[in-house]
Design a protein around this ligand. Structure first.
Ligand code: R5P
Length: 282
């Protein structure tokens, strides 16, 4: 067995390989003069773990090329971050179910698929192959424990993230609550005022994704108005588009923590251990 990855998931793939006591495949990535993506793999094995987060369109194409290059082996696919999963249903007439369209691309040459904190579980049903999802809530809880905060409040920015926040809070037996969020546009959210008991407390806002940072920056402003001592942000997938990290720091967030499903400077939680456990049990 060997582990192979797209350019975007090299570090996580190496961690997975190390935990599996195997090696990563050396892959050469480049582009044709017209901009099309090219890759060539080194020596493969008869069983391959293919790791590729769908962070953008190039990452998706690279993942498809990689799967095709591995078609002589038995492949298990890991999609640590599945982009397009937020368009998991038709919200308005005329829209595609993008998550379904993407999932359908992976049916032919992989035996199974594993995702990490996929935005919506129903997307797993679109793959047409055995597909499962793991959650990094306990890893996040352990990281927060290592921060040594006194009696932190774990806060979900909306009720959709509450189950995840509860699992994180369960690690330390901490208080857990959620905000009421209304999305005004792709980059703007409004928080309905709520009595959170955040005064003089350390608050950790946890979510599956930080994209523009708008959700958490708005939440942080509200929490500081309520007298919170310090506010941290932790997410599984640090999409962090459009200067989101700086936006969060400027809004007073003390620290931003994410996992290595998207490889960032602030990726301080690894998904490798949990992925390997799932591979071993599956
Ligand atoms: C949405 O339902 C997700 O769970 C996140 O709350 C959202 O993607 C965060 O987006 P942003 O950082 O752009 O506010």
């Amino acid at each position: 067995m060997k582990v192979i990855s797209t350019e975007r998931s090299q570090i996580l793939a190496a961690r997975i390989a190390e935990a599996l006591d195997t090696t990563v495949v050396d892959v050469q990535f480049s582009r044709f003069p017209d901009g099309e993506l090219y890759l060539a793999t080194g020596e493969l094995d008869d069983e391959t773990i293919i790791v590729g987060s769908i962070t953008d369109n190039d990452a998706l194409v690279q993942l498809l090329l990689l799967i095709d290059a591995c078609d002589d082996s038995t492949n298990r696919l890991i999609i640590p971050y599945m982009g397009y999963a937020r368009q998991d249903k038709q919200f308005r007439t005329g829209e595609p179910i993008s998550a379904r369209a993407i999932a359908h691309l992976f049916g032919e040459e992989v035996a199974s698929c594993l995702t990490v904190n996929i935005h919506e579980q129903r997307v797993l049903g679109y793959f047409g192959i055995p597909a499962s999802n793991i959650s990094l809530a306990s890893e996040m809880g352990c990281y927060i424990k290592s921060m040594g905060l006194e009696d932190p409040l774990i806060l979900a920015p909306d009720d959709g993230a509450l189950a995840f926040a509860r699992d994180v809070a369960g690690v330390g037996g901490w208080d857990c609550d959620h905000l009421e969020k209304t999305r005004l546009s792709g980059s703007e959210v409004k928080m309905a005022p709520k009595k959170l008991g955040a005064a003089s407390r350390s608050v950790v806002i946890v979510d599956d994704i930080i994209s523009t940072g708008g959700t958490i920056a708005t939440a942080a402003a509200m929490l500081y108005r309520q007298g919170a001592d310090e506010v941290y942000a932790s997410c599984v997938h640090g999409v962090l588009i459009g200067g989101a990290y700086a936006h969060l720091k400027a809004s007073g967030i003390r620290d931003i923590i994410c996992s290595d499903t998207i490889e960032r400077g602030c990726s301080r939680i690894t998904a490798a251990g949990h992925i390997v456990a799932a591979l071993r049990s599956g």
